[in-house]
Design a protein around this ligand. Structure first.
Ligand SMILES: *Cc1c(COP(=O)(O)O)cnc(C)c1O
Length: 423
C-alpha cells in the first residue's frame, strides 16, 4: 500500500513513477485561463485522442479521391471497416472477436437486442432492472414492454436499494431473481451505475439469472474501458455500450455490441435484419434470402458509418498500447488518491463530503458536498475544473487513467478548498 500525502511533491512523484504517464500527451485538452483543464467528465465524453483526426482525415481524403471506389479500395476499405474494431474490443470486454460488432448507437442497439432476447410468454414476461436506471434505458424497456402489449407496471421490476443506503447489495439482487423465478424473462441492468459509480457483481448476477432460465443483458456504457470485463467467461447473453465515455471515441460515435457465440449462425432467432448482416460472399448478388454471417455481425443492418467509427478505431489503438490491466491498476491508485485528497480537504473546511460510491467501483466517485450549492460548481468550472454537477449538491468525479494525473488530483483539492473558503 502506498502511503498517500496531500502535497504537490508527493503527487508529482506518483506521476513520475506512473508507467502510463506518456499517454497524457496523446490527448487534446480544452483550456481555461490559458491552462489545460482538470478533466473529470470522461464518464460523459472522453477527451479527444490526437490520432483521431488522422483516422477521420484518411476517410475524408479517400472519399474525395476515390468516391464510390473507397468501399473496396480505400486505405482501410469502408465496406468492412467495422470489422477492424472487433479484435481490439474483444480485449477490452473479455470476449471472442466474433462475439463483437460495432454499429448504430447505444439505445438503438438495446432495442435491436431486445428483439432477440426479450421474448415474453404468458408465464415468463418480467424484466428485472435497477431502480432509477439511466432514463434512456427506462424508456427503452417501457416501450419494448408496451410493444409486446404488456403493462410496464407489471412487467418491469425495479431493484430497490435498502433504506438509507446508496448502493445495491448483491445478495438482494440474487434473492429478487429467485423470487421472480419462472416469471423472469430478462435481467437488463447497467454493469456500472451511472449515478453512484457502483460496479455490480455481473458474474454472480448473470449466473443466478441463467439458473432460473432468464436471459441476461448488460448496458456497459459506464463499464467499458473502465473496469475489467469477462463477458464470455461470465456467459452473458448480450451487452451493448456507447463509445464516447471511457472509450474516448467522440460525440455520438458508434456503439459496440456483444452477442454470445451460442446465438451465432441461427437462422430462426428473432432478429431485425439488413444487408450488412448477410454473408459477404453473396451479399452483392442481391439475393432475396438472408444468409446470416455466423458471428455477431449478423445483427448488422447497414453499411457502417465510417466517419463515426474511425475515431473509435483510433481510440482503440491507445487501448491496445496501454492494455486494460495497466489502465485499471492506475485507475485504482488515482481514484484512491482522489478519495484521500477529498478526505484531507474535508478536515480543513466546514462543509462535509459524503462519498456515496461503494467499494466496488471503477473510476468514478459520486460525492455529496453537504453545505454547498451551485456557486461552488460555478467556481470550479471557472477555475478550469470540469465536473458533472447534479442538484442539489452531488458532483461526479471521474479521474480517467489515460489523461488525468496525480497532480491534477492534488491541484483539484486546493481549488476545491479555495472555492469553499471564498464564500
Ligand atoms: C450514456 C448512457 C446512455 C446513452 O445512450 P445513447 O443511446 O448513446 O444516447 C444510455 N444508457 C446508459 C446507462 C448510459 O450511461
Amino acid at each position: 500500500m502506498v502511503q498517500f500525502k496531500n502535497t504537490r511533491a508527493f503527487a508529482r512523484e506518483m506521476d513520475r513513477e506512473d508507467p502510463l504517464k506518456g499517454l497524457r500527451e496523446r490527448f487534446n485538452y480544452p483550456r481555461v485561463n490559458d491552462r489545460e483543464v482538470i478533466y473529470f467528465t470522461g464518464n460523459s465524453l472522453g477527451l479527444q485522442p490526437k490520432i483521431a483526426r488522422d483516422y477521420v482525415d484518411e476517410i475524408m481524403k479517400d472519399w474525395a479521391n476515390l468516391a464510390v471506389e473507397g468501399h473496396f479500395y480505400a486505405e482501410k476499405p469502408w465496406w468492412d471497416y467495422h470489422e477492424r474494431l472487433a479484435d481490439p474490443l474483444s480485449r477490452v470486454v473479455g470476449a471472442a472477436p466474433e462475439e463483437i460488432t460495432v454499429m448504430n448507437t447505444l439505445t438503438v442497439n438495446l432495442h435491436l437486442l431486445m428483439v432477440s432476447f426479450y421474448r415474453p410468454t404468458q408465464k415468463r414476461f418480467k424484466i428485472l432492472c435497477e431502480e432509477k436506471a439511466f432514463p434512456s434505458d427506462q424508456y427503452m424497456l417501457q416501450s419494448q414492454v408496451r410493444y409486446h402489449g404488456l403493462d410496464p407496471k407489471e412487467a418491469i421490476i425495479e431493484l430497490k436499494k435498502r433504506e438509507g443506503e446508496h448502493f445495491w447489495r448483491t445478495a438482494d439482487v440474487i434473492s429478487k431473481i429467485e423470487e421472480i423465478g419462472e416469471e423472469l424473462a430478462l435481467v437488463m441492468m447497467g454493469g456500472v451505475n451511472y449515478y453512484n459509480g457502483q460496479v455490480l457483481n455481473m458474474a454472480a448476477i448473470t449466473q443466478k439469472a441463467k439458473s432460473v432460465g432468464a436471459f441476461v443483458g448488460w448496458d456497459l456504457a459506464h463499464a467499458v474501458g473502465n473496469v475489467i470485463l469477462k463477458l464470455s467467461d461470465w456467459e452473458v447473453d448480450f451487452a451493448a455500450w456507447c463509445s464516447y465515455k471511457y472509450m474516448n471515441s467522440g460525440p455520438g460515435s458508434a456503439s459496440g455490441v456483444f452477442i454470445n457465440k451460442k446465438y451465432h449462425g441461427l437462422k430462426d432467432i428473432p432478429r431485425f435484419e439488413g444487408w450488412w448482416g448477410t454473408k459477404k460472399e453473396t451479399r452483392f448478388l442481391m439475393q432475396p434470402d438472408f444468409d446470416p454471417i455466423p458471428t455477431a455481425d449478423a445483427w448488422q443492418l447497414s453499411n457502417p458509418p465510417v466517419l463515426a467509427v474511425a475515431p473509435y478505431l483510433a481510440a482503440l489503438q491507445l487501448f491496445e498500447e496501454a492494455g486494460m490491466p495497466a489502465l485499471v491498476s492506475k485507475q485504482k491508485l488515482l481514484t484512491g488518491y482522489l478519495e484521500f485528497v477529498l478526505q484531507e480537504i474535508d478536515k480543513e473546511v466546514e462543509s462535509t463530503f459524503e462519498i456515496i460510491t461503494p467499494e466496488d467501483r471503477g473510476c468514478q466517485l459520486s460525492v455529496f458536498l453537504h453545505g454547498e450549492g451551485r456557486e461552488l460548481f460555478e467556481y470550479l468550472m471557472k477555475e478550469g475544473v470540469i465536473v458533472d454537477w447534479r442538484e442539489p449538491n452531488v458532483i461526479r468525479l471521474a479521474p480517467v487513467p489515460f489523461y488525468c494525473s496525480f497532480e491534477d488530483m492534488y491541484h483539484f483539492g486546493q481549488i476545491l478548498k479555495a472555492g469553499i473558503r471564498s464564500k
